[in-house]
Design a protein around this ligand. Structure first.
Ligand code: NAD
Length: 729
């Protein structure tokens, strides 16, 4: 007869037969277990109970959820981190005591792991004697992705359990590891089918109790210093540090800090090693990078939850999609839908277009097959889900149709009106326009309420964001269905209100305006590229223009500047105009701000293009040096002022969503936490002072009145209150 010995909010303990007890993680009212402060406190109480009963012969640990423990509760991090390093060390110590007590219990411990055991969840498992995983188990120490390192013994126990190389790889990469890999590395002791998990774990525990498995030897393995001769260890640590530093980049110090911690503690016993780990953790927790990454994580959860809540309001899901225009974007959306099991009808006006769309999809799939990520059979199935057509007949069977024809108001208006005739009654029509107002496009439609924007980014299969744009007449049901479809495709979603450029392009073009003014005023665009890349952008603005296509940018710029002439209108011939006139369109023509040659893998490789300087010379002032700070400020101020306007006008609902959208849509450097986060960290007063110094450059450098008021009140954007409707005040 089992008896409940402890019942908490996050875990419980009950007796089993033969002197065994079972600890079960089961966070009340949640779908997953997190290692929260409450869990730490309850675990401590349960351990006291177990320790006090020497009649207990063995401890089985299980999770009542599908997944074991997803990690520490990250929403608690900010408060802990901001209380200072001593507080962080004390916070870690509480649970380290728990884990040490598990490791030192008078009886064997076996943990059964299904689904995720990440971060603190995995560190808990490392403290147990045996780890049995189900075949869907995924383990990992993702702390470096948050700018920190494992703090509950991961850097101490993992290398002792599976060797230095594996531990460095797991901890410094932060990658999830599947059960078969974990088994091979010795992190798991056995892997069984999900329905056999509990039985297998119980069997292991009984073998320990019967003395057939020597659990004390397991403990010894973890409690001794790392077995490596000094030179070998030094080489292993030094080479991995150099490699990891190069991979993580200068803005992400945590992976190297994790390796240094393992190095420092390699010859130490547990208590000393844990103290070293805690000190390094606390140091990392105080960095701006960790604070930014933790904040981003929390905002990402907010964004995802909001999208899921919206999607849940859709009356039905999309079981068949339609695409109009089989170009780069149409082909990309068709591929993504087919990959995610949604059949698509793809329509174009020309067979050539259809061939292009299909070959684009086939190209991406082939590369998946080549990398062993897909079987040829699965590739064929995905391709079979795309039905190419030259007429509208197939479109009538779609629940949602994405229009991705050329970027022209007239063409789009007529294609949309034509398509609407063939659509079934409840179907949603969405445009992938990059710049044209959704409300303006809706004027050509009879059912504007069933129309919205669905802005994908190029390349569709790689770029995580979709902007869903609400036109003046778009209904909630239309938005819900479109958001649900974007989630079906595995995308991150931000819902924005209509305006020219929407959110992402509306803030990108002021940034390009900052760039063209810098070039006009004598800056070397190669220098600008270097500075902005060092600042953290994936690429500098000139290179980005080459990748996007100078013609695409020129066209979009025209539409966006026409919409905001008072701020974005300009009276000089810009470097974008000049390149466009000379048909230097970027990578697609092999020449833009840079020249491009194909490397051995056929990828465009950047080479200098001196002729561009000749082309620019008559239109720019003589070259002069700009400091890095000057370049950064001149580039970033226009982006900030425009983003602030987007928030004030309700184009984007919250600073959290704005920050996430820029990270996912533009690659804004995550370690800076998002554009509003960066602005808050700098301080609004300091920002206004910087902007005022540049006021001669025009209205894009002018902070709004509301921003100035917030600066005067020492406010922060991320402290704004979000009301029931999602707006901020
Ligand atoms: P593209 O020129 O590659 O493809 C356009 C396709 O539309 C062509 O295959 C053309 O044959 C087809 N088409 C033209 N008229 C049509 C009609 N009446 N019916 C059906 N098909 C028709 O263009 P793209 O780059 O894929 O851009 C498509 C849309 O996506 C544009 O609105 C663009 O602004 C937007 N967009 C493009 C990017 C990008 O980087 N390329 C990024 C985001 C959004």
């Amino acid at each position: 007869m089992s008896e409940m010995l402890f019942q908490g909010e996050t875990l419980c303990l009950q007796s089993l037969d033969n002197g065994l007890v079972e600890l079960c993680f089961d966070l009340q009212g949640a779908s997953v277990n997190k290692f929260s402060l409450q869990t730490v406190s309850e675990l401590s109480q349960v351990l006291t109970l177990i320790e006090s009963d020497k009649g207990i012969a063995g401890l089985l640990i299980f999770s009542a959820k599908k997944t074991f423990i997803v990690g520490a509760d990250i929403t608690e991090f900010s408060a802990v981190f901001s209380a200072g390093p001593e507080h962080v060390v004390a916070h870690l110590a509480k649970n380290n005591q728990n884990f040490n007590r598990i490791e030192d219990l008078h009886c064997p411990t076996v943990v059964a792991i299904a689904g995720f055991a990440l971060g603190g969840g995995m560190e808990f498992c490392l403290a147990c004697d045996y780890r049995i995983g189900s075949d869907d188990a995924v383990l990992g120490q993702p702390e470096v992705k948050l700018g920190i390192i494992p703090g509950w013994g991961g850097t101490y126990r993992l290398p002792r359990l599976c060797g230095l190389d594996t531990a460095v790889d797991w901890i410094a990469s932060g990658r999830d590891q599947k059960s078969d890999v974990a088994l091979k590395c010795g992190v798991l002791d056995a892997v069984v089918a999900g329905d056999q998990l509990r039985r297998a774990a119980l069997h292991t525990l009984n073998e320990c109790v019967a003395g057939r498995f020597d659990y004390t030897a397991r403990r010894k393995q973890k409690s001794t210093p790392l077995q490596h001769c000094d030179i070998e260890a030094m080489l292993a640590f030094e080479s991995s540090k150099a490699f990891v530093a190069a991979q993580a980049g200068r803005h992400y110090p945590a992976p190297v800090a994790a390796i240094k911690t393992m190095q420092k503690a390699a010859g130490m016993l547990r208590s000393q090693a844990l103290a070293v780990e805690a000190e390094a953790f606390a140091k990392m927790a105080q960095t701006e990078v960790a604070q930014s990454l933790v904040a981003l994580f929390v905002r990402d959860q907010y964004m995802s939850k909001k999208a899921k809540t919206l999607a849940a309001q859709a009356s039905c899901s999309v079981s068949r999609a339609g695409i109009l225009g089989a170009g780069i974007m149409g082909g990309g959306v068709a591929y993504q839908a087919a990959l995610r099991n949604v059949p698509v009808v793809m329509k174009d006006v020309a067979q050539l277009g259809l061939n292009l769309g299909l070959s684009e999809a086939a190209k991406i799939l082939s590369s998946r097959v080549k990398r062993g990520r897909m079987t040829p059979d699965a590739m064929a199935q995905v391709l079979n889900r795309i039905e190419p057509t030259l007429d509208y007949a197939g479109i009538s069977r779609a629940d949602l149709v994405v229009e991705a024809v050329v970027e022209s108001l007239d063409v789009k208006a007529s294609v949309l009106a034509e398509a609407e005739q063939s659509l079934s009654k409840g179907a949603v029509l969405a445009s992938n326009t990059s710049t044209i107002s959704i409300t303006a496009l809706a004027k050509s439609l009879q059912r504007p309420e069933q129309f919205c924007g669905m802005h994908f980014f190029n390349p569709v299969h790689r770029m995580p964001l979709v902007e869903v744009i609400r036109g003046e007449k778009t209904t909630d049901e239309t938005i819900a269905k479109t958001v649900a479809f974007a989630l079906q495709l595995g995308k991150k979603v931000v819902v924005v209100n209509d305006c020219a450029g929407f959110l992402i392009n509306r803030v990108l073009f002021p940034y390009f305006a900052g760039f063209t003014m810098l070039v006009r005023d004598g800056a070397d665009y190669r220098h600008i590229d270097k500075v902005m890349q060092r600042w953290g952008w994936p690429m500098g603005p000139a290179y980005l223009l080459d990748v996007v296509g100078v013609d695409t940018a020129e066209h979009a710029e025209k539409v966006i500047t026409a919409a905001y002439p008072e701020r974005m209108g300009r009276e000089f011939t810009s470097c974008i105009d000049l390149l466009y006139q000379k048909k230097r369109l970027g990578q697609k023509t092999g020449a833009g701000f840079y020249n491009y040659i194909s490397d051995t893998k056929g990828k465009p490789e950047q080479v200098p293009a001196d002729e561009v300087f000749e082309l620019l010379r008559p239109h720019v002032v003589p070259r002069r040096d700009f400091s890095d700070d000057e370049i950064i400020t001149r580039m970033m101020v226009p982006m900030v002022t425009e983003l602030v306007r987007c928030l004030e006008e309700g184009v984007v609902a919250t600073p959290a969503e704005a920050d996430m959208a820029l990270v996912y849509g533009l690659g804004f450097p995550p370690f800076r936490g998002g554009l509003f986060h960066w602005l808050d960290s700098m301080g609004l007063k300091a920002f206004c002072q910087q902007a005022d110094l540049l006021s001669a450059l025009g209205p894009l450098y002018k902070p709004t009145d509301a921003l100035r008021n917030m600066a005067a009140a020492d406010s922060r954007y991320h402290d704004l209150k979000v009301d029931d409707k999602g707006g901020v005040s």
